[in-house]
Design a protein. Structure first.
Length: 192
């Protein structure tokens, strides 16, 4: 019976579990999203959410407390400088677990755990930027003015390229003529 056992030991000793959760929390803070098993993700959520709450108050004491859990300067800096700004208004629930199916090797339940404020697809930030274009099913023809402009631009480009191409052709023909002259001279010398 598991009466009152709130901690999932994950089949590891206490120091191994602590090190694993510390590494996973560091990866989550730096990458904003990681893929893991559901059991580890649920254990990580209980481990990292108090640290995110602690990061809202940027004091030396809170930085030292968070560093004692993470043991990584870069992740602490990222947490307090970048992540804390985005989560200031959120009263909790900083992470989201999205189940992705089972792993092929051992059929373990897999998931993605991510920081909620960093998922642009679900936040809908792209919707405001996109403008809706009007579409019609008919393959309508362009106006004659638009056609004239595009053809005029194309002919100007061809004219600009034409002198360069002609100059290259002239250089090639001159080089061939010089080669044939030298070949003829050599043949005449050998005949004499």
């Amino acid at each position: 019976m598991r009466h009152g056992k709130k901690i999932n030991h994950l089949g590891r000793t206490a120091p191994h579990r602590k090190a694993m959760l510390s590494n996973m929390a560091t990866s989550l803070i730096l990458n904003k999203r990681i893929t893991t098993t559901v059991a580890k993700a649920k254990a990580l959520r209980k481990y990292v959410e108090p640290l995110l709450t602690k990061a809202k108050e940027d004091t030396t004491h809170s930085r030292r407390v968070v560093f004692s859990y993470l043991n990584d300067k870069q992740s602490v800096k990222t947490l307090f400088d970048e992540v804390a700004e985005k989560i200031t208004d959120r009263p909790g629930g900083y992470t989201r677990i999205l189940k992705t199916g089972n792993r092929l090797g051992d059929n373990a339940d897999m998931c993605i755990i991510e920081l909620v404020d960093y998922n642009e697809l679900l936040l809908g930030g792209d919707k405001a930027e996109k403008t809706k274009t009007r579409r019609s099913r008919r393959g309508g023809k362009k106006s004659t003015a638009a056609k004239d402009e595009t053809t005029a631009e194309a002919t100007e480009e061809k004219k600009a390229k034409a002198p360069k191409a002609e100059a290259k052709k002239e250089q090639k023909t001159e080089a061939k003529a010089e080669e044939s002259d030298t070949d003829n001279n050599e043949e005449n010398k050998t005949e004499k």
